[in-house]
Write a new protein. Sequence first.
Length: 299
Amino acid sequence: MPAINPDISVAIVTYQNANEIEMCIHSLQQDLIGLTAQVVIVDNASSDDTSSRLKAISDKPSSTRFNVLFFQNLDNLGFTKALNQALTRCTGDFILILNPDTQLKTPCVSILIDGLQSDNKVGVIAPQLININGTIQKSCRHFPRRRDLLLEISGLSRLFPQSQILNHWKMGAFSHEEKMYVEQPQGAFLLFSRKLLIDIGYWDETFFMFFSDVDWCYRVTGAGHKILFEPSAQAIHRKGASVYKNRTNMIFTSHRSFYDYFRKHRKNIFFANQFIGLLLLVSAEMRAFFYWLEKRATS
């Protein structure tokens, strides 16, 4: 029988991840040896064979050490809503939010749990993410400010990628090779206690897919908790494996979520947000147009 109170629960949302999900689960099984684990997977109406592969995995006889629970939505409800569906079913002492396009490099979770337990200021901990070519993925950011958006749209942040001022938002000066407190690690891999989730609350479903991780981390730090980046723990991350399958729609969704974030957390100047919203709309139109040109040129 599955463990009633597992040491750790893993919340995964899938969408068109047939090529990645089995590798992710296998790496979890290898890394979580010694822990009782509950893996809760919610699929957002994938049209590939993600669901059939997950059903085959979840239909296998349950283990007392590693139990997979699979749920499928009839429609794509968005990442954030599906994640909350998974989180409500998590019963472990620790909770790991994990993207399906990740592979843990053992040891990973044990290092992160030690990091949480050894520093009572830390509420959330994240590992170093690695690209499939072995390079370090720049996965940590500051909370965005309006001026950061202007620097991003103007191209100055890309012209001076290592500048602490011009690329402040994406932490261009941070090598991602040292352990430090950060504001917002990417939501692809976040570990925290279930007590913290109860205290902070679930993710804000106003954000369909993007910026719900930024918003939640903002609430975590606003409640007085630290977020720790721990590079001695590592995971491979095939960044954007789901997002890039519907690139145009994701461009507009991400820009809208960016605006919603400012409207929620930077609401002191109404007209500034209106201006930012207009810039984001124009930027989304331009990015979608250039993406269309790129696809047309390569087709």
